[in-house]
Design a protein around this ligand. Structure first.
Ligand code: C5P
Length: 224
């Protein structure tokens, strides 16, 4: 059977915590990648740690949201990290996506659609007229146009995104415990895979408390 693919969101600025996450999530049932967020990438030792991390699938969650020139030069500036995946907000615009894609080389460029912490009400608040579903679909078309390598959306939108975007679909907002925290558009791991997600992003459900136990709980859930 194919292993379930999970990106673990290593959302901490502490190197010691990252080391613990990597150690305590080792198992032969899952295919694991490690996602590093802004807090770690901007921490004093985070960048160096990541540049030295070998034989792991790595994901720099930079969530670029800037003008084409800045997106392009930022990607060039992090080339030495040799990460496998890197994120850019699709709302940076088609020109920025194309400029980023032009320089990303071997790094898979992931387009982030609407954050999973936002719902229809929050979108309205920001000033968007479209519903989450319609906006995600619209952005999936843009990701396709810019020839991005992967897309991030919530597991609730995977089925509609698949109609427009044929490459990897990565879904955060995954919960196998009762805690939703700040996430609004959530589904369980099994629901996300059933909808067709390729990779799940899981943070707090794995990394808070007993990491080994949480990893086993996830494996049990996936075998149901
Ligand atoms: O702890 P939790 O499982 O909610 O973590 C989700 C991770 O996915 C966080 O690192 C967050 O930055 C990231 N993410 C997200 N929604 C997106 C894109 C990324 O939650 N649309």
């Amino acid at each position: 059977m194919k292993k379930s693919k999970i990106f673990i969101a290593c959302d901490t600025a502490k190197k010691s915590k990252i080391k613990r996450i990597i150690r305590d999530t080792q198992n032969n049932k899952l295919k694991i990648g490690y996602k590093f967020g802004l807090e770690f990438l901007n921490s004093k030792s985070g960048r160096i740690f990541l540049s030295k991390l070998k034989n792991k699938i790595t994901f720099a969650d930079l969530k670029l949201h800037d003008i084409p020139n800045t997106c392009k030069s930022t990607i060039e500036a992090v080339k030495d990290l040799k990460v496998n995946y890197l994120t850019i907000h699709i709302s940076s615009g088609l020109e920025a996506l194309k400029a980023a894609k032009k320089v990303s080389g071997k790094v898979k460029l992931i387009g982030v659609t609407v954050l999973t912490s936002l719902d229809n009400k929050a979108l309205k608040e920001i000033g968007f007229n479209k519903s989450v579903k319609k906006l995600v679909l619209h952005q999936a078309r843009l990701a396709n146009k810019a020839k991005l390598d992967a897309i991030v959306c919530s597991a609730q939108e995977v089925k509609i995104v698949k109609k427009q975007f044929k490459k990897e679909i990565i879904t955060p907002g995954i919960r196998f415990t009762k805690k939703t925290n700040d996430q609004k558009r959530i589904l369980t791991p099994n629901e996300a895979y059933a909808n067709g997600a390729d990779w799940l992003v899981i943070g707090r459900d794995l990394t808070k408390g007993n990491i080994k136990k949480n990893t086993q709980t996830l494996i049990n859930h996936l075998s149901q």
